[in-house]
Design a protein around this ligand. Structure first.
Ligand code: GLV
Ligand code: MG
Length: 326
């Protein structure tokens, strides 16, 4: 292990994260009653410019009045390049109860962006004598943000998670796609001809590098990596395939842009009972190994060692959090 200890952010369930436009208050109660882990009330891209002020009022009222149960509650503010952002922060923190858990910052480009929002949030929190520190969720969705992702991840003690905003990322990198998330038929590999001259074409995942890079930056700084939106809500299989790719790379959850995507994400990001059971057995076996002075033993015919303890502990901790949330 390095002498540098990676401090872990506040642990939270983040398997599913529902985007709810602040301009659609009729959707708030349904979101609060849903099975989602995190709700983010949006002031940014789902809200038209002439609705920004009303959306802000709706969100303030919803934070104060609606019973959000044990869900994590977040507000996506507007970008730092707009004139809406400062009032999003000031009004939302000044006028709401301490029920608000997180602020989501979109289109983060540099560590200084986080520093600026941290300064503003800190001033308002202090002035209002708030006791609970608001955390930050950061959307990595521009070429600049991805280039600076490591510095961004460590820019504030408030940081909790990095999110891959695939739609804006595609626009920023000028990727040749107009859909939100998922694979692209042009991103594939044509195999060399076989003995019978036949060739196969295998689709690849054009988002692999971006998500993997974000995961490394998040984990190196004790944050949760979360995969962003998948636009086609009529394709549950495509959604789950994308979610599984993100889970395999280390993401803890995925956005839902439609309520039907919530159970899909919860299923993918809940560790299967069989894996949890094996993880618990690994911990018992390694405990016995330690007592016998051994560093590695075999379990079900496979080698396990001290690294297996860390993998198993992470899995068990996540399963326990899910069980505690009911
Ligand atoms: C999310 O904000 C995205 O741009 O995909
Ligand atoms: Mg975006």
């Amino acid at each position: 292990m390095s002498f540098t200890i990676v401090e872990q952010c506040t642990p939270r369930l983040n398997r599913s994260e529902l985007a709810v436009p602040g301009s659609s208050p009729q959707m708030f109660e349904k979101a609060a009653a849903s099975g989602v882990d995190v709700v983010f009330l949006d002031l940014e891209d789902a809200v038209a410019p002439d609705q920004k002020e009303q959306a802000r009022k709706n969100i303030i009222q919803a934070i104060n009045d609606i019973d959000w149960g044990s869900k994590t509650l977040s507000v996506r503010i507007n970008g730092l390049d707009t004139h809406y952002m400062y009032r999003d922060v000031v009004d939302v923190i000044e006028q709401t109860s301490e029920r608000l858990d997180l602020i989501m910052i979109p289109k983060v480009g540099t560590a200084a962006d986080i520093y600026a929002v941290d300064m503003l949030v800190t001033q308002v929190e202090t002035a209002m004598k708030r006791k609970k520190r608001i955390g930050f969720e950061l959307i990595v969705e521009t070429a600049l943000g991805m280039a600076n992702v490591h510095e961004i991840a460590k820019a504030s003690k408030r940081n909790e998670s990095l999110h891959f905003g695939v739609a804006d990322y595609a626009a920023s990198t000028r990727a040749r796609t107009t859909v939100i998330g998922g694979p692209n038929p042009d991103y594939g590999v044509l195999t060399d001809p076989d003995v019978d001259n036949s060739r196969s074409y295998h689709w690849g995942d054009m988002w692999h590098y971006a998500i993997a890079r974000m995961v490394v930056a998040a984990r190196a700084n004790g944050l949760r990596p979360v995969d962003g939106p998948f636009g086609n809500f009529q394709d549950p299989d495509g959604y789950q395939a994308q979610a599984r790719r993100a889970a395999v790379l280390g993401c803890e959850g995925k956005w839902a842009i439609h309520p039907s995507q919530i159970p899909l994400a919860n299923e993918v990001f809940t560790p299967p009972a069989k894996e949890v059971e094996r993880a618990r057995r690994i911990l018992v076996a390694m405990d016995e190994a330690a007592k016998a002075g051994k560093g590695a033993v075999s379990l079900d015919g496979r080698l396990i060692d001290i690294a297996s303890i860390r993998q198993a502990e992470a899995l068990v901790a996540s399963a326990d959090r899910i069980a505690a949330a009911g």
